[in-house]
Design a binder for this molecule. Structure first.
Ligand SMILES: [Mg+2]
Length: 364
């Protein structure tokens, strides 16, 4: 395969989707989700990618990445990824920069598949036809009725696992955390796998005490019980608790993933934060070498294809905010049926394009 037609254009657009009301987890409050979208052009085709980030990611794309990718062969995604990474050395290649690279990388894979006129599933390979999703939301700001509404939506989507936020107010409301987990059990019934996410709100000792209670409630998944930077704390909890310890949503590269692999029971990876499809596939291979599953963090529409391409996949997060906004942003976003989504296998690329109605949320 040649390098393909040269990349000859790149545009960004920024969309802001307000949440219905302010939402919170254990360590953050927010009232909107910002999607930074990339359109990448070559050979009269356009690839589409995006990240969930800040408008600042669009500045990184224009200031640093556009020059690095222009003129590259459209079939040379790996070369382009390295060129983008090199171009950002002095900015630091993690966090915001990786989110920017992720959006371009995703657009690039989509562009290559569209140029070849094949679905992205054909380019990446496919080890499964369905990608299981779990319901996720359960913000600490929800009323009991709002939580019940979310659970009802996940039930009608057929989700076999459901996750809520705990660690409310920086881990200062443990009694309410545990009461809400019991509420989730009552709403979801005995057969649903319960998952919780503390977003790093607890100290290690506190997380161990909460985790002991969670084990009594048959909770299967305890995400970021302490900060994911605290690998010693995660190791302590992994040894002490029955529930799976999970982390990885902020991992930007193989070094960060490598630090987490010994201290988690399941690795989370996010295509919008770990270097796009290229970074995600590499991270998943590294996890496989440690006999670990990968769970896809948020961005369900973007993960559908790549999640179908790896053998060591557990589930994909059907995150309330993203599940609401992705059908507003793009046409062709997958919908869950019987607890799973199906990646696109008939349209070229990932099969999604910006929706006409998305203009309403465009801010730049
Ligand atoms: Mg999380």
């Amino acid at each position: 395969m040649s390098g393909g037609p040269p990349i000859d254009g790149l545009e960004t657009a920024v969309y802001r989707f307000p949440t219905p009301q302010p939402e919170a987890d254990g360590t953050l409050t927010w009232d909107a989700t910002v999607a930074v979208v990339v359109a990448l052009h070559a050979g009269e085709k356009t690839g589409l990618g995006w990240t969930y980030s800040s408008a600042a990611a669009a500045s990184v794309i224009h200031d640093k990445l556009a020059d690095a990718v222009t003129g590259c062969g459209a079939f040379d995604v790996a070369g382009g990824w390295s060129a983008m990474h090199r171009a950002c050395r002095n900015l630091g290649t993690r966090g915001l920069v990786t989110q920017a690279i992720s959006a371009v990388d995703i657009a690039w894979w989509d562009l290559e598949a569209r140029l070849l006129n094949v679905p992205l599933t054909a380019l990446m390979g496919q080890v499964r036809t369905e990608v299981p999703v779990y319901g996720s939301g359960g913000f600490t700001t929800l009323t009991d009725e709002q939580l019940a509404d979310q659970v009802a939506k996940w039930q009608s989507a057929g989700c076999a696992a459901m996750k809520i936020k705990i660690g409310e107010a920086g881990g200062t409301r443990v009694y309410r955390d545990l009461t809400r987990v019991q509420q989730l059990r009552d709403l979801a019934g005995p057969d649903v796998e319960l998952m919780v996410d503390a977003n790093g709100a607890y100290s290690t000792g506190q997380a161990r005490r909460v985790g002991t209670e969670l084990d009594q409630l048959s909770v299967a998944w305890f995400e970021e019980p302490v900060s994911s930077d605290d690998t010693a704390g995660l190791a302590n909890l992994k040894a002490a608790l029955n529930c799976d310890i999970a982390a990885g949503e902020y991992a930007a590269d193989l070094y960060e993933i490598g630090h987490l692999l010994p201290v988690v029971d399941c690795l989370q990876l996010d295509v919008t934060r770990c270097g796009g499809y290229t970074g995600w596939l590499r991270g998943a291979a590294l996890a496989q070498a440690h006999n670990l599953d990968v769970s896809a963090h948020c961005a369900p529409a973007l993960h559908a294809t790549v999640a179908a391409a790896i053998p060591n996949f557990r589930h994909l997060e059907w995150f309330t905010d993203h599940a609401r906004l992705e059908p507003l942003l793009v046409d062709g976003a997958p919908k869950p049926v019987n607890g799973a989504i199906r990646p696109n296998t008939d349209q070229p690329g990932h099969g999604m394009q910006i929706s006409d109605s998305a203009a309403e949320w465009c801010i730049g």
